[in-house]
Design a protein around this ligand. Sequence first.
Ligand code: GDP
Length: 246
Amino acid sequence: MSAPLRFEFVTSGDDVFRLPETRAEVAFLGRSNVGKSSLLNALANHKRLAHTSKTPGRTQLLNLFALGNGTTAVDLPGYGFAAVPGRTRSGWQQMIEGYLLEREALAMVLVLVDGEIGPTKLDVSMLAWLQAHDLPHTVVASKYDKVKSSKRGVRRHEVAAGCNVALDDVVWVSAAKGDGIEKLRGLILGWLASGARRPGARATVDASPQRGGGPGTVARGGDEHREGQVDGHREGDNPDDEHEWN
Ligand code: GDP
């Protein structure tokens, strides 16, 4: 049995190069409303976070949490907001892509897809982009409880096929009912323990703005702004302040 993950909010930022260094990190990615906040709450078993309200100012940032032993998790902003103006969306793309391509300690990207409705076009293009860039990723299908038990077998196949992954490679979860949560906690701890970095990403990835074809383009930066190591302590605010997931 895997105990709840002890997420401790560290910092928020819009630039991967300003995030503290870490030993190993998992990232949570998914379109808005997919159930990412609820899942994070369930993994942490933190009832006070369970209402999933959004913290103003943090919803469009990279939110970094310490998970102990110098490992971390990053909650990436939800994608697919139709209302986001072009310039903001472009900034979002740069921030997300910059993070995904440049975060050295990235051990796994958990890509949430809505298990009830299946992968959207954006989900599919995000998965294809991650695959094309050789970034380690795992599909997590949310809201398992919303799929009728009579349809679960078929839906499992549909979601796996839609995401272009093997049936057993999709982790099904229900934040509401708890299905799959312990399993996912164990997987996350395993990925963090392995500390595996994506194979040869720096050598293979061409993030030049001219290339196109992905969710956006990346402006690469230097390492000069990188700040200190994650030590599990919060920065700035009162340590008793509650972080609300976005
Ligand atoms: P986010 O925008 O990706 O952070 O999504 P939220 O976690 O805020 O969830 C969006 C909506 O889906 C909310 O109304 C949640 O209550 C609901 N939701 C999330 N996870 C589950 C789940 O496992 N089961 C059910 N039934 N609803 C869920």
